[in-house]
Design a protein around this ligand. Structure first.
Ligand SMILES: [Mg+2]
Length: 229
């Protein structure tokens, strides 16, 4: 049976939270690569891609785009290394219902389990490994685009390469915890499921009009129904 739905999970705030350790690791990597610690800079990261954060945050510290670009290869290696140092299973929260839901989705042939995340791929792998989550068949990651809105197309292409199937419109489902998750698939007309386990509460997410809105992912049966609807 071929998959009928491409199910794309965001990571931070949706599947898990690193409780500040992920950002601390990121700041260490910035400091190691560019020589300045951006910890005190006021910058909203949620829902942005890692590449977008690099350019946006480092611009506030006075770095040009060329200076940022030349440090990127070192950053993509250093950041996952710092993550390994900073994260542990005990200090990582896997949100309610996530293990059961991820397991259920990866076990259903009609559903193709994937990631759509602002994390770079290596960082995503470390976070999922520490959390003990696996089974993701495809993904779109934050080192490939500055704009999150460009990631769904990359995930759809990866799914096509893997399965030969062409996912479009509401057969693509994005599950995330920020307004940017809801907005990023809008141009493709995807189905959006918002979950209030991150920085945004139900009321603020509801304003962006997701197709479904859950307080968390513990109502596995209802979420699966929403995926298949
Ligand atoms: Mg998130």
């Amino acid at each position: 049976m071929t998959a009928r739905r491409l199910v794309l999970f965001d990571i931070d705030g949706t599947l898990l939270s690193t409780n500040g350790n992920g950002v601390r690791a990121m700041m260490r990597a910035y400091t190691a690569v560019w020589g300045k610690d951006p910890s005190g800079v006021d910058y909203a990261m949620s829902g942005k891609t890692e590449l977008g954060i690099c350019y946006g945050l480092l611009a506030l510290l006075g770095f040009t785009r060329d200076e940022v670009r030349s440090g990127l290869p070192r950053f993509w290696k250093r950041y996952p290394r710092e993550l390994r140092r900073h994260l542990s299973p005990r200090s990582t929260t896997v949100h309610p219902g996530v293990r059961e839901l991820v397991h259920a989705v990866s076990g259903q042939p009609a559903l193709l389990l994937g990631l759509l995340t602002g994390n770079c791929e290596a960082a995503a792998c470390v976070k999922l490994e520490v959390a003990g989550l696996d089974g993701f068949a495809v993904g779109a990651f934050g080192e490939h685009h500055e704009e999150r809105a460009s990631l769904p197309t990359l995930a759809v292409e990866a799914a096509r390469r893997l399965t030969g199937a062409d996912f479009r419109g509401k057969s693509i489902v994005i599950i995330g915890d920020t307004p940017n998750d809801i907005l990023c698939g809008r141009a493709l007309g995807v189905k959006t499921i918002a979950v209030a386990t991150g920085r945004f509460d139900r009321e603020s997410l509801a304003r962006y009009d997701p197709d479904y809105l859950f307080p968390d992912l513990s109502a596995c049966g209802s979420v699966l129904e929403a995926l298949h609807a």
